[in-house]
Design a protein around this ligand. Structure first.
Ligand code: NAD
Ligand code: GDD
Length: 333
């Protein structure tokens, strides 16, 4: 059987970088595309093209001659970025996504995976910290996150229509907050695990950490190694409707801060700033359908995943002098 050729868009970004490595391990020949070069480490893609995927002809170049498209490129970021950039995000992602889907079909790509988000879920179901985990069917009646979430939801439907009307094979994955090494940790697009790690790495023992919101809001966080394994499994499956990809290990933001402080070996004072963006009050993933379809689900516990994540960010922040206090339960690993 000849080697399958996979395109990873957003290969210069966080998940894309890890996915390139993972697909190569799975025997794929990988083409990576991004508007920027990989920021923190060289890519292992067999071929890497710098292309602006808002432009249709560039999407046609990217998708030419490939079997599978893992479409991750997007204008995205944490809650600080997505709540202040509705117009840019909606415009850029609409152009990228429509052109990618259209040209992939025209180039007879066999399978197209769209990276959607838990931000498609209705805000009215995410109003309390002890939130009921979100099931795939909860997405309608719709009330998604403005801008970013609304565009993702529309794109999910466009993938569904391409499949139903034209038999074009699509897969749609709703990621829940992904963290790990090589993720954006500063500049305004960082998400909570990376932002909190960066802040803690820069503080002395006994220092004061600024936390957005009152710290009681909840999330579940997925390590990037689970994310790329899940992406690969979903792409190989026969399931063409949206699927959650996340953990159901619900923690408060304060608990995340305590965990990272412990990993860093620092005792810190918390200062909550409720004027900063909080997003939904609580969000968790219901993995029933994922388990049913894949007989698999993400399994890396937050405590285990945050050790290498904090270590990488602390090294970046301190120029390699980041000290990590590995909890006793992990010392032997
Ligand atoms: P990321 O920002 O690290 O990677 C996205 C990449 O897309 C970047 O490298 C960026 O340069 C590239 N890109 C942006 N505009 C482009 C353009 N016009 N042409 C070509 N490339 C362009 O983000 P990520 O965390 O790796 O996210 C990957 C995908 O997963 C995105 O679609 C995102 O919406 C989705 N997602 C991520 C999370 C998460 O927690 N990381 C959660 C939900 C959904
Ligand atoms: N970013 C950030 N920075 N968040 C902080 C900080 C901080 O310094 N301190 C506390 N938080 C809180 C936020 O107020 C929010 O309540 C929570 O941590 C999570 O914030 P993010 O990680 O930025 O985003 P999110 O979980 O609300 O949404 C993210 O996940 C979605 C998928 O689940 C975003 O990255 C979306 O783009 C993504 O689709």
């Amino acid at each position: 059987m000849s080697e399958k050729i996979a395109l990873v868009t957003g290969a210069g970004g966080f998940i894309g970088h890890h996915l390139v490595d993972h697909l190569i391990k799975k025997g794929r020949r990988v083409r990576g595309v991004d508007i920027k070069s990989p920021e923190y480490a060289p890519t292992s893609a067999h071929e890497f093209k710098l292309l602006d995927l808002r432009v249709e002809k560039n999407c046609a170049i990217a998708t030419a001659g490939v079997d599978e498209v893992y479409h991750l490129a997007a204008d995205m970021g944490g809650i600080g970025y997505i709540t202040t950039s509705h117009a840019a995000i909606a415009l850029h992602n609409t152009l990228i996504n429509v052109n990618m889907l259209k040209t992939a079909r025209e180039n007879s790509v066999k399978r197209f995976l769209f990276s959607s988000s838990a931000c498609v879920y209705p805000q009215y179901l995410q109003t309390k910290p002890d939130v009921t985990p979100l099931r795939e069917d909860d997405a309608f009646p719709a009330d998604p996150e403005e801008g970013y979430g609304l565009e993702k939801l529309y794109m999910e439907k466009l993938c569904q229509y391409f499949t139903e009307d034209w038999g074009f094979q699509t897969r749609t994955v709703r990621f829940h907050n992904v963290y790990g090494p090589l993720g954006t940790y500063d500049g305004g697009r960082e998400k909570a695990p990376a932002a909190i790690s960066r802040k803690i790495a820069g503080l002395p023992d006994g220092g004061t950490i600024e936390i957005w919101g009152d710290g009681q809001q909840t999330r579940s966080f997925m390590h990037v190694d689970d994310c790329v394994e899940g992406i690969f499994r979903i792409m190989q499956s026969d399931y063409d409707r949206p699927l959650n990809l996340g953990t159901d290990e619900l923690v408060t933001v304060d608990e995340l801060v305590d965990l990272v402080s412990q990993i860093a070996g620092k005792t810190l004072v918390k200062r909550h700033d409720t004027s900063r963006p909080q997003g939904v009050r609580g969000r968790n993933s219901d993995n029933s359908r994922l388990r049913e379809i894949l007989d698999w689900e993400p399994r890396i516990m937050l405590r285990d995943g945050m050790v290498p994540t904090y270590r990488w960010i602390a090294d970046m922040v301190t120029g390699g002098r980041g000290e990590v206090h590995v909890p006793a339960s992990q010392a032997a690993e």
